[in-house]
Design a protein around this ligand. Structure first.
Ligand SMILES: NC(=O)c1ccc[n+]([C@@H]2O[C@H](COP(=O)([O-])OP(=O)(O)OC[C@H]3O[C@@H](n4cnc5c(N)ncnc54)[C@H](O)[C@@H]3O)[C@@H](O)[C@H]2O)c1
Length: 250
């Protein structure tokens, strides 16, 4: 029998990360749930196990390189390799025009969304290249494709996900690594609910500019990520797939 496949999911304790963990569990994928929140991560482990797949929780802050190295090493120690990486942990920022950010607010978003994602790619790729390849999905956003007010630093980090995705696809395709990004529109996760509570004015008529007139659901994003990580079309490489109800199509 073939060995089971192994996925690392950062920010796996909540929202999109948890939804992807549960969707991959349906494929029998073993999941390394990485999160800064132990309670949230352990809950995802419990839900994955309930679906009959294997999971471990690894507590790590992705903005710290040594903790990223730790989650990669620990996953390999536990499951033997890494076949898939959902590079997802991220925060949204304070929701103010750019000059009204403090330097600390800018650095916080850069540390998690940009440095955290790049550190993860470096260490996970080292494992994948040594083991003959793998598949990666980076989490960009509609804010990584078009400009939107009040999300400046966030938008900069999400545009960066597009750049690194294209670069890595070019660099490592010949070694069996497939790298894509997704660009979700506003999706009803805890991150969005929290942002909405703090910035209610930003959500007045929120669905108006979306052709489908509704927000996205985490399960829809999970379906897309599962397709990119496990589906039978690995010739899709180096692209950013929008999943936004048509928001960036107009
Ligand atoms: N929800 C949306 O509308 C939306 C849209 C586009 C892109 N995204 C992106 O999707 C990703 C997930 O968002 P979500 O809505 O599921 O958010 P969420 O807040 O529901 O989940 C994020 C998870 O990441 C964890 N996390 C935060 N900082 C961390 C750190 N330093 N180290 C490790 N884990 C950390 C949190 O504990 C949480 O469990 C983010 O990168 C976000 O930017 C979300």
């Amino acid at each position: 029998m073939d060995r089971y496949k192994v996925a690392v999911i950062t920010g796996g304790g909540s929202g999109l990360g948890q939804a992807v963990a549960l969707r991959l569990a349906e494929e029998g994928v073993a999941i390394s749930v990485v999160d800064v929140s132990e309670a949230a991560g352990q809950e995802t482990v419990r839900l994955v196990e309930e679906k009959g797949s294997k999971a471990i929780f690894i507590k790590a802050d992705v903005s710290k390189a040594e903790e990223v190295k730790y989650y990669v090493d620990k996953t390999v120690e536990e499951f033997g390799t890494i076949d898939m990486f959902y590079n997802n942990a991220g925060i949204s920022g304070p929701g103010v025009n750019f000059v009204d950010n403090t330097i600390e607010q800018i650095d916080l978003v850069l540390g998690i969304n940009l440095h955290g994602a790049l550190y993860g790619l470096k260490y996970v790729l080292e494992v994948m290249l040594a083991n003959g390849g793998g598949r990666i999905v980076n989490t960009s956003s509609t804010a990584g494709v078009v400009g939107q007010a009040t999300v400046g630093t966030y938008s900069a980090t999400k545009h960066a996900m597009v750049g690194i995705t294209k670069t890595l696809a070019a660099e490592y395709a010949a070694q069996g690594v497939v790298v894509n990004a997704i660009a979700p529109g506003t999706t009803e996760t805890p991150m969005v609910r929290e942002y909405k509570e703090k910035n209610p004015e930003a959500f007045v008529n929120a669905t108006e500019p979306i052709p489908q007139k509704r927000l996205g659901q985490p399960e829809e994003v999970a379906e897309l990520v599962a397709f990119l990580l496990t589906g039978k079309a690995p010739y899709i490489n180096g692209v950013v797939v929008p999943i936004d109800g048509g928001f960036t199509a107009i």
